[in-house]
Ligand binder design. Structure first.
Ligand code: RB5
Length: 153
């Protein structure tokens, strides 16, 4: 399994903790930046980078971090085909994969402690999409996306 990660300055330290944790577990990671918590950068750039890698299948899943997890998830979710869940608890982490087939996870460094954040990552990575009635609903998300993308053109 290969995971793409990125953050803005507000999520940099959490991203680093997650990268180290995944490497310890022998999970391959691709780091799309940013590279410091000192320089203020724009979260949309980093959300899009990982989303693009997921859609192009350069990585299997994406994990992004910013101060709250919100801004960078909004950016990722603008990329068609991305289902990026902002999560702050273990139950929602499991459900975001089991029911929503989330292909990206977003976490807030200013929201979560390291221990909980890593538990969330574990829960999300080890959960499986249940398909069945949930597949129909996930497909409905794609239909909404298609409808509005088409109308814009
Ligand atoms: C940066 O200060 C902060 O706004 C950003 O990390 C994030 O929380 C936005 O949603």
């Amino acid at each position: 399994m290969k995971i793409g990660l990125a953050s803005d300055h507000g999520g940099y330290n959490l991203k680093t903790e997650i990268i180290n944790y995944l490497k310890e577990k022998n999970i391959e990671v691709v780091d799309f930046g940013t590279n410091s918590d000192k320089e203020s950068v724009d979260y949309p750039i980093y959300g899009e980078k990982v989303a693009n890698a997921v859609i192009n299948k350069d990585v299997d899943y994406g994990i992004v971090c910013c101060g709250t997890g919100i801004g960078i998830s909004l950016a990722a979710n603008k990329v068609p085909g991305i289902r990026c869940a902002v999560v702050s608890d273990v139950f929602s982490a499991k459900m975001s994969k089991a029911h929503n087939n989330a292909n990206m996870l977003s976490l807030g460094e200013r929201v979560l402690g390291k221990g909980l954040a890593l538990e969330i990552v574990d829960a999300w990575l080890s959960a499986d999409f249940e398909g069945d009635r949930h597949l129909k609903r996930v497909n409905m998300l794609s239909e909404i996306e298609y409808k509005y993308t088409k109308e814009e053109k």
